[in-house]
Design a protein around this ligand. Structure first.
Ligand code: SAH
Length: 254
């Protein structure tokens, strides 16, 4: 029997933000593999096996999934958001590249999901309407100095910046340091958004500025977005302002 491995994005949390293709891939899988809380988001099906693993064991999880697919099973590896954004798809391909030659012949596919930055942007208006970049603040897999270098380059390029893994208990000072660096280059007035648990019951959004931003507002479920010099707020009566970045930049490069 020929197996398969599908890496599926579950979106930011809400069931109605799971794509039809993702639901379909989950429905036909014999095995669901992933970090426990993500596996718990997959509707249960009789006969389907669930393999819940720890968050830090990505490469072992990827190998296990590949082994099962090689045995003929139909395996779905699940990630939150999009599986290609700081998530399991790259871990699977790393395992394929360094693992058994036979794995390269497997039927492997990726089903996209709504990444946290897009889910957050949709709540705000259109903050990603012009050039932007995404940076993970986690230094589990890269040196912190490289994070700072990329932040500096992104700020100097005047990109809108989406920060993933902005805060964790293991790294209490990183976000503060990052915001300070960005403030030094972008100045205090650019908008900053703390978007927490987007699409979930306890969703929270705070719109502030780099000058006022308090790193303590972020937790593990927060995406932090820092505007470009062009990002603006449109005030509304009795409601949160819209945040958007115009599509056009005219004139001189600042
Ligand atoms: N693959 C995921 C990102 C995984 S990294 C994606 O595409 O969204 C985990 C980080 O994503 C978190 O630390 C947080 O910064 C962000 N994140 C994930 N879900 C989120 C949500 N519902 N709301 C806000 N940020 C979220």
């Amino acid at each position: 029997m020929t197996g398969s491995l599908t890496i599926v994005g579950l979106g930011p949390g809400a069931a109605d933000q799971v794509t039809g293709a993702a639901s379909q891939a989950l429905a036909v899988a014999t095995d669901i593999v992933g970090y426990g809380p993500y596996v718990d988001r997959v509707p249960e099906r009789a006969g389907q096996q669930r393999h819940r693993t720890d968050n830090r064991e990505e490469i072992d999880r990827a190998r296990h999934a590949l082994e099962m697919a090689a045995e003929g099973r139909h395996v779905a590896v699940v990630s939150s958001g999009d599986p290609g954004v700081f998530a399991m798809a790259a871990a699977v391909f790393e395992a394929v590249e360094t693992g058994e030659a036979a794995w390269r012949a497997l039927d492997i596919s990726v089903v996209p999901g709504i990444s946290a930055m897009f889910a957050a942007a949709s709540r705000l208006g259109a903050p990603l309407g012009h050039d932007f970049c995404a940076i993970s603040l986690s230094d589990n897999l890269k040196p912190w100095d490289l994070v700072l270098k990329r932040l500096r380059a992104a700020a100097e390029g005047d990109f809108v910046i989406a920060l993933y893994n902005a805060a964790s208990k293991a790294r209490p000072r990183h976000l503060g340091e990052a915001l300070e660096l960005l403030r030094g280059i972008k100045g205090p007035d650019v908008p900053v958004i703390f978007a927490t648990a987007i699409s979930r019951a306890d969703e929270a959004i705070e719109i502030t500025t780099l000058g006022e931003a308090d790193a303590a507002r972020a937790d593990m479920r927060t995406l932090v977005m820092i505007g470009s010099s062009a990002t603006r707020l449109v005030a509304r009566p009795g409601a949160r302002p819209f945040v958007y970045t115009p599509r056009r930049v005219d004139g001189q490069v600042p």
